[in-house]
Design a protein around this ligand. Structure first.
Ligand code: SF4
Ligand code: SF4
Length: 392
């Protein structure tokens, strides 16, 4: 994921603007400067050809990319815009001085130790001074991994055995999500193994341009998950799945022995409802009387929603689709902490679409989307689809 690896690929951007209608950065800022094509031109001129200086305006334009991957997903020329922005941020990290460098260096250091738990507990300290940890969700006093360990037996006849990779969201922020995933799986005859030694997927680090730090985390995860004897590895967070499925291989050299382990794991990684559908489990929700709608996180690969919607529809609650369920809610992981004007504009559009459905409950797979939408919709309940299915 070095910028030099992308110097030819950047040229594939034909400046067609097809990605424009999908870009939340453009939607919120309203000028072409914040479009993928402009970012690509600037990255080439400033960081590759070095015909322009690395100005504050250049940094602002790169920093205001939410790394949502919407342009990458919709680009006919297959330009991996988000990866190029990450590689550019990594390049800038080497050159940066002052507060920006302090922030990125700090993020790298604390996140590589304990993932989101570290920054969330640090608002007000150095983290607060460099703009990290503002408006973070509360860290649970009882993280999922302090309660669930080892193997959790299936109820009734055993139909399968999975490893559950618990991302920072389901571990530290919303451990009820992890508990719900385990409850729904085990109630349907699936034995669940909680792997030891797993850590953050690395997305918060890579977003800051710390590719090496994220790669260290990913290596530790791959090694830990490779040790587990399970037919599938379920992950309930869209961003964690994206990191493993789309980014892991690109973080390491082609000859690195970890690549073989990644290939083996890729065959096993599944969204939990997709796994359950494969096993023929008929999941029944206990939530009977509510109206529910679903927000689709930007990092979703759009393959899980069909199963999740089928699950929601199988309940006696009424499922109602919102307009533009895939539009960005503005959270962008930790993006909203330093870009509140932009994020609030995007959230307002999302909240209006949700209100128009009349739904009582909004489900979404991403913990940060969940948190950020809930802040904008205090009268409604926002939760993970598996919490809904577990009858929370
Ligand atoms: S990134 Fe892709 S879709 Fe967007 S302007 Fe470039 S070629 Fe077109
Ligand atoms: S990753 Fe998202 S915010 Fe960034 S340029 Fe692409 S569509 Fe826009």
């Amino acid at each position: 994921m070095k910028l030099t690896d992308y110097s030819e690929i950047i040229s594939r951007c034909s400046q067609c603007s097809f990605c424009q209608e999908y870009c939340p950065s453009f939607q919120a800022m309203g000028t072409e400067n914040f479009l993928a094509k402009h970012r690509m031109n600037l990255i080439r001129e400033v960081l590759i050809d070095k015909t322009m200086p690395e100005s504050d305006r250049f940094r602002e334009i790169l920093d205001k990319c939410l790394l949502c991957t919407n342009c990458t997903r919709n680009c006919f020329s297959l330009v991996p815009i988000d990866e190029i922005v990450i590689a550019a941020r990594s390049e800038m990290l080497k050159n940066q001085k002052g507060l920006g460098a302090l922030k990125r260096g700090f993020m790298s250091r604390v996140l590589s130790e304990k993932g989101l738990r570290s920054i969330a507990g640090m608002a007000g300290s150095l983290a607060g001074k460099v703009g990290i940890g503002k408006n973070m969700p509360q860290i649970s006093s009882k993280p999922f991994d302090s309660i669930y360990k080892g193997t959790i037996k299936a109820e009734g006849e055993q139909r399968g055995r999975v490893a559950y990779y618990t991302g920072c969201g389901s571990n530290f922020l919303f451990p009820d999500v992890g508990a719900s995933v385990v409850r729904v799986l085990t109630a349907n005859g699936i034995e669940v193994v909680i792997p030891e030694n797993i850590t953050c997927c690395g997305l918060p680090l890579i977003s800051e341009g710390d590719i090496d730090g994220a790669a260290d985390m990913m290596r530790r995860n791959i090694e830990a998950l490779s040790e587990v004897d399970a037919e599938a590895i379920v992950m309930d967070c869209t961003s964690c799945r994206m990191m493993f499925i789309k980014k892991a291989q690109k973080m390491f050299g082609k000859d690195d022995p970890i690549q073989e382990k990644i290939i083996q794991l890729l065959l096993k990684i599944k969204e939990p409802s997709a796994y359950m559908t494969e096993k023929g489990c008929a999941v029944q929700s206990k939530s009977a009387t509510k109206k529910v709608t679903m927000h689709i996180p930007c990092h979703s690969d759009r393959s899980a929603e069909k199963n999740l919607v089928a699950m929601l529809k199988s309940s006696s609650a009424e499922y109602v689709a919102m307009d533009n369920p895939e539009s960005c809610c503005g959270a962008g992981g930790t993006f909203y902490m330093n870009n509140s004007d932009m994020s609030e504009k995007l959230r307002k559009i999302k909240v209006d679409d949700i209100k128009a459905t009349g739904a009582d409950i909004i489900v979404t797979e991403c913990p940060m989307c969940r948190f950020y939408i809930q802040l904008g919709l205090p009268d409604k309940k926002v939760m993970h689809p598996f919490e809904f299915m577990a009858g929370e």
